[in-house]
Design a protein around this ligand. Structure first.
Ligand SMILES: NC(=O)c1ccc[n+]([C@@H]2O[C@H](COP(=O)([O-])OP(=O)(O)OC[C@H]3O[C@@H](n4cnc5c(N)ncnc54)[C@H](O)[C@@H]3O)[C@@H](O)[C@H]2O)c1
Length: 273
């Protein structure tokens, strides 16, 4: 361990179970010396698994629906009381699309579900930042990271409305990153992660096949949740203090690869090299 987050205070959203990317981030942040509060939607608390993570990392849990400004206000206020000062890092690891859950094709999207998806998965990020700014809850040079997926840049038909929602999330990182950076030197980035076997990930139609495809394309293979957590830790640390308003690909090289030898082989096409 490198003590990269020693003395830092954080808020980590989205740890549902051991597979969650946020779960791994919490474990790594603890190893790196951070103190933090865990939060999730009250309904997710019912599964109770988060208690084990809280115990393991010596953290308190504050339930908050990330679409509720009231809940978020309480989250930041209580977190600062519990941790004894302003917050140095925040992880937004929240995603949900009812259209995906109900397997509704993109062109037939239900707009109530679409709006719900926008509120939970993108506007919640704006709300988390706006509440923090209003309360002046994040310390100078603090770091905020949200998780996203490359369907914001390129079409993946089965990702349906989440593609548009992730594009909005990434835009919020840039827009808010400008204002918050200028006023308080708070930096805001998104990490664009490989397909990862979690509850949210596995809910996407054809996820297993796509997971294998991405793994065949990426020269390093798919990045797993643990390596994603490592990357988030670097972004919370002072080592990346000048990085902001970026969408950072964490995908084993997938996003820069047109085609791989492995995919050609699978298609029965011989490569001459
Ligand atoms: N799994 C993948 O393949 C993959 C790839 C790229 C990006 N991501 C992104 O990573 C993030 C974390 O997802 P994950 O894959 O770890 O899955 P996950 O299902 O473990 O986490 C999603 C979390 O969002 C929380 N959530 C949903 N509605 C909420 C609300 N109203 N308020 C507060 N929390 C709420 C859930 O309770 C859950 O903890 C998401 O933004 C997801 O889109 C995932």
């Amino acid at each position: 361990m490198y003590n990269l987050l020693k003395g830092k205070r954080g808020i980590i959203t989205g740890a549902l179970d051991q597979n969650s990317i946020a779960w791994k981030v919490a474990e790594k942040a603890h190893e790196e010396g951070a103190e933090f509060v865990l939060t999730n939607a009250p309904i997710a608390m019912r599964m109770g698994e988060i208690n084990a993570l809280a115990e393991k990392t010596g953290s308190k849990i504050i339930p908050a629906d990330a679409t509720s400004v009231e809940d978020l206000t309480n989250l930041y206020t209580q977190s600062q009381e519990i941790l004894g000062g302003k917050i140095d890092f925040v992880l937004h690891s929240i995603g949900m699309s009812v259209n995906i859950r109900k397997k509704i094709p993109y062109m037939e999207s239900n707009y109530d579900y679409f709006m719900k998806g926008i509120d939970v998965s993108a506007l919640s990020f704006h709300k988390m930042l706006a509440v923090a700014k209003k309360l002046d809850a994040i310390s100078e040079g603090g770091s905020v990271v949200a998780l996203t997926y490359m369907a914001a840049q390129r079409t993946y038909p089965f990702y349906t409305d989440m593609a548009d929602i992730k594009a909005m999330l990434e835009s919020i990182a840039r827009s808010f990153g400008y204002h918050y950076g200028l006023e308080k030197k708070v930096r805001i980035n998104t990490v664009s992660q490989s397909p990862t076997k979690t509850t949210a990930g596995s809910g996407v139609k054809g996820f297993g096949d796509f997971f294998d495809f991405a793994n065949s394309v990426a020269p390093l293979g798919n990045a797993d949740a643990e390596s994603c957590a490592d990357y988030c830790i670097t972004l919370f640390s002072d080592l990346t203090r000048m990085v902001t308003m970026q969408n950072l690909f964490h995908d084993g090289g997938y996003s820069s690869t047109g085609v791989s030898d492995d995919v050609m082989k699978r298609l029965g096409i011989e490569s001459e090299s």
